[in-house]
Design a protein around this ligand. Structure first.
Ligand code: PEP
Ligand code: MN
Length: 266
């Protein structure tokens, strides 16, 4: 067999030497709550803070997010601490509004195949080219995910960050089963960078560090990590959110792991 027939070894994480962290609370709950996390994120020299203003809750009686008020809190904190902001847009009707407040728009797992939403986000971001963090659905294949990116790019925005956040399987020990192999597969099959959301598959905060170490070692381009000043009081996803102290410790560890691969955490 000639060399030409040997498939190339994927160049893990070759897209950039930076591993971006998208950290912040599951939900934006108040100015005080969000600013405490934003300050911690900025002090660590990170670039992005995340938070949910429109929340896709399984139970309609659960906290639905602060809506536009949450977006205002995010924008103010981003300006105050010099951070970029990322939030989920759930509804085509909210795309312009969300786009006007934040730097990155997230498509949640539950909207994985909401093609009209993807198209609308593509249109709204066509000029600004703001980052679209597109989460894989919990029953979505990588092929479906990569194919659907064209709904965004067809409108003119290819600033896409794919995000693996765990799949639904027979396993119940974790909230979702994290498909870490999505990192090399996406790198091999596309030109897009990939984020690993380590909080939603873990479901429990003590599992989060191990998933984060694995994500950096696997070559993920970015990580999503939920952080809350007081997780037991969180209005959503309390059990999986790290305290600021736990997050600071984890970022220190991730910086050491990233250095092994010649990368830096930002
Ligand atoms: C989130 O990031 O807050 C979220 C709701 O994630 P997912 O869509 O992956 O469940
Ligand atoms: Mn959450």
């Amino acid at each position: 067999m000639s060399n030409a027939n040997i498939p190339p070894i994927p160049n893990l994480g070759a897209r950039t030497d930076e591993v971006t962290i998208f950290a912040g609370p599951c939900s934006v709950e108040s100015t005080e709550q969000f600013e405490e996390v934003a300050e911690c994120v900025a002090d660590l020299g990170l670039k992005w803070v995340r938070g949910g203003a429109f929340k896709p809750r399984t139970n309609p009686h659960s906290f639905q997010g602060l809506g536009e008020e949450g977006l205002k809190i995010m924008k103010a904190a981003g300006d105050k601490y010099g951070l970029l902001t990322l939030t989920e847009v759930m509804d085509s009707a909210h795309c312009e509004l969300v786009h006007s407040y934040v730097d990155g728009l997230q498509v949640g797992a539950r909207n994985f195949q909401n093609f009209s939403l993807l198209k609308k986000i593509g249109q709204v971001t066509a000029e600004s080219k703001k980052m679209v963090l597109y989460k894989r659905g919990f029953a979505g294949s990588i092929a479906e995910w990569l194919a659907a990116c064209d709904y965004l790019t067809a409108e003119g925005n290819d600033n896409i960050m794919l995000c693996e956040r765990g799949l639904r399987t027979f396993e119940t020990a974790t909230r979702f089963t994290l498909d870490i192999a999505a990192v090399p597969v996406v790198h091999k099959q596309s030109l897009y960078p990939i984020c690993i959301d380590v909080s939603h598959p873990a479901g429990q905060r003590d599992l989060v560090p191990s998933l984060a170490y694995a994500a950096v070692a696997a070559g993920a381009d970015s990580l999503m990590i939920e952080v809350h000043p007081n997780p037991p009081e969180a209005k959503s996803d309390g059990p999986q959110q790290l305290t600021p102290d736990q997050f600071r410790k984890l970022v220190g560890e991730l910086r050491e792991i990233a250095a092994v691969f010649g990368k830096k955490i930002v």
